[in-house]
Design a protein around this ligand. Sequence first.
Ligand SMILES: [Zn+2]
Length: 412
Amino acid sequence: MIDNMTVIERFLKYVTFDTQSDESTGVTPSTAKQMVFAQYLKTELEALGLEEISLDENGYLFATLPANVDRKIPTIGFIAHMDTSPDMSGENVSPRIVSSYDGSDITLCASDGIVLSPRQFPELKDHIGEDLIVTDGHTLLGADDKAGIAEIVAAVAYLKEHPEIEHGKIRIGFNPDEEIGLGAHKFDVEKFGAQWAYTMDGGEVGELEFENFNAASAKICVKGRNVHPGYAKNKMINSLLVANEFISMLPANETPATTEGYEGFYHLIGMEGEVEQTTLAYIIRDHDRQKFEIRKKLMSECAARINEKYGDGTVKIEIKDQYYNMRQQVEPLMHIIDIAFAAMQEAGVEPKVKAIRGGTDGAQLSFKGLPCPNIFAGGLNFHGRYEFVPVQSIEKAMRVIVKIAELTAKRY
Ligand SMILES: [Zn+2]
């Protein structure tokens, strides 16, 4: 019976579906196999007796657990993604549970000598005594984000079995293509109809994230003037050298390799050129919106200074904003963080608030009108063969979801 599976049984079932997404196909969902999993999930939600179940042609699966009290409580949502990373195969995932982990090396595949060791992954030591779900060393596990899906489904199943826990209307949403940056893309926020939601897509137990980078890309095109090198004095402009000049005008200690926490950066991601023309590609990142704007301005000023020196049109710069920090969307609604914080504490989990040094689907959803912080799903070493998830972490995340539903109802 699929309506009384445990959260771990659900997770182990979900990882048998290969749902790897693919950047190159240009369709949604990017791979048909994600739809196969969505259809299976739909049957589980039906068996649970959820309502308003819908699976659209893009592979977005929504469902409702109706409120069990009459008073007005805001509708909240829980979201997870169905796809796994294109970085590593998700075909024939063959998980194994290492019971009461003792802190030693875990052999994933003896014949190929693939070992999950606390020497490379010291975070294993935080899970001694727990039961770890690991791979066979040849695929990723898919805890990112099938752990999130299992936690959400199991939590609504639990709430259904426990009518004594009062809760408002709960919407759940499973989307394709998060790993290729398109999870929020065709997410119908209006149809989802929640006042706020949480993505269950973080890593280690306790993670609670509602800040991410503001992000822009910059393309710098430098035009040179090529002349026979023997006759080039005061005539040649070597665009490679001018580009190099531009690079050195930016602060050398503000790169990804020299920053952490809330420190922003300029990141040179591409460089291509010859004497005649050189292009530079940068990404610009900062959590602080004002500093972010200053960074973009500095880049434009550097371009202007070069043009002053070598002549107008030597450097052309094109800066495009990519996404913004969801904090500005979440801050006016700080109670959604407070509720998650309190829910973790009541579930016996110490909340660890941390700023994401990247973007998330939740950030995009927040700017589409669905404020959406991110909560841990429990998995570690995402996107590769060393991915693992402690059984106890999945169970904790599930309890946090139940508590969030309960505490939201208590406030109203
Ligand atoms: Zn994920």
